[in-house]
Design a binder for this molecule. Structure first.
Ligand code: ZN
Length: 166
């Protein structure tokens, strides 16, 4: 996160805050359960994953996109939806501390990249980091390329300008 830095917006010409952390909100399933609006069950699994109704996992992770000319990175903190079949057998057969790599779909789209489908991302359910780092498996080509190769600060400004006027 860069503090107190602004950029000039490409849409309105006004200064907006230069953010390098984009954080998606809690998925509705979780907020409805915690507020009592939904009768579904929820079990906390590890540090960042929630088993909903014993049917699927919702897991927080971060997608990191390097910003080539700022020596910084754009952290997209988002949520994955992982089917029960994808993780249950892996959980049973895993030794303590071993990586449990599962694939799931993002709960939220990445609007700037105009994708019609939600990217598929892999994470290690046992990751010890502050937030498990997601590895993109399938996504639109532009997003995949930026995730692999990084973006310029110019592209970051394009992206933030767009997000400020959604
Ligand atoms: Zn603006």
């Amino acid at each position: 996160m860069r503090n107190n830095q602004d950029f000039i917006c490409l849409y309105c010409g006004e200064p907006h805050r230069l953010e390098t952390l984009l954080e998606y909100p809690l998925p509705e399933d979780i907020s409805e359960i915690t507020s009592g609006k939904s009768a579904k069950s929820m079990q906390v699994i590890g540090k960042h994953a929630f088993l909903i109704n014993e049917e699927y996992l919702l897991m927080k992770c971060v997608l990191r996109i390097n910003i080539i000319d700022l020596q910084d990175e754009l952290d997209v903190q988002t949520w994955l939806w992982i089917e029960r079949n994808e993780f249950s057998s892996k959980f049973k057969n895993c030794e303590e501390g071993e990586a449990i790599v599962c694939a799931g779909k993002l709960v939220y789209p990445i609007p700037f990249y105009g994708m019609s489908d939600y990217p598929v991302v892999k994470v290690d359910l046992n990751a010890e980091e502050h937030l498990p780092v997601g590895m993109i498996v399938v996504s639109g080509p532009e997003f995949y390329r930026d995730w692999q190769e990084g973006i310029s600060s110019g592209k970051l400004i394009e992206l933030l300008s767009y997000l400020n006027h959604l």
